[in-house]
Design a protein around this ligand. Structure first.
Ligand code: MG
Length: 250
């Protein structure tokens, strides 16, 4: 069931989203060679708690940290660790969420550690642009498939593939709500986009094929062919006046 939010609820949700955005920005600033992913996780946890919010990923289905940090061929759900030290040229995807006032903000971005190769840079930029291509279709009266198709077209015409096994999602009182927002699909299909819907739109884009595997830690999702992956995400509200990106600091 899709839960629509009132404008009052959106104001409350904006607070959680703003905190998520700040935490993500600060996490990104820490992405440098020599930094352990656990150090980034600790900072994120601290920032979120300083705002009186809760790191919503921690304990979610047993996930052991506040952030998912996924490097290079890792797509999503990487577990921060003291032993995982960022190297020059790494492509580092960070996903995190904060809960405040009973509402959740969810966002992700891919950052470069030092100087990255042109292929990695192009993948990351395309993924970010695909997110905005998707958001531009998050318009009342349209369909979820409009968002999916826009993301898919943007990436596939540039030679990339879209992960099929994981999707964007509704977000609100819970981290994962209906509807599912796939990064592939057909325009004009799927649930009707309605003012008050809040969606986590999040292209996960692979340099090679779309197939993925889950590692033995039961969390880390990696590309099956070992090629690179990137991930960007915003929490977006559908309004009568067009899409509003909630996970922004302003
Ligand atoms: Mg998400």
């Amino acid at each position: 069931m899709i839960v629509l939010k009132t404008s009052k609820e959106l104001v409350l949700m904006k607070e959680a989203c703003k905190i998520s955005a700040e935490a993500l920005r600060l996490a990104g600033e820490m992405v440098k060679p020599g930094v352990a992913t656990e150090e980034i996780d600790r900072l994120v946890s601290k920032v979120i708690k300083q705002h009186g919010a809760t790191p919503v990923f921690l304990g979610y289905k047993g996930f052991p940290a506040a952030t998912c940090i996924s490097i290079n061929n890792e797509v999503i759900h990487g577990i921060p660790s003291k032993k995982r030290v960022i190297q020059e040229g790494d492509l580092v995807s960070i996903d995190l969420g904060a809960s405040k006032n009973g509402y959740v903000g969810d966002n992700a971005a891919t950052f470069a550690a030092g100087s990255i190769c042109p292929e990695a840079k192009r993948l990351s930029e395309t993924t970010r642009e695909a997110l905005y291509a998707g958001i531009s279709k998050a318009v009342a009266g349209g369909r979820v498939g409009d968002i999916s198709a826009a993301i898919q077209d943007y990436c596939e015409t540039r030679g990339y593939s879209l992960v099929r096994d994981y999707t964007g999602h509704g977000v609100g009182k819970k981290l994962h709500e209906d509807p599912s927002v796939p990064n592939f699909g057909t325009a004009g299909r799927g649930a009707r986009l309605t003012p008050g819907m809040t969606l986590a739109i999040e292209p996960m884009v692979n340099q090679g094929g779309y197939e993925v595997n889950v590692l033995g830690d039961d969390w880390t999702v990696v590309t099956a062919d070992g090629k690179l992956s990137a991930h960007f995400e915003h929490t977006v509200a559908i309004t009568a006046n067009g899409p509003v990106i909630l996970t922004k600091e302003d």
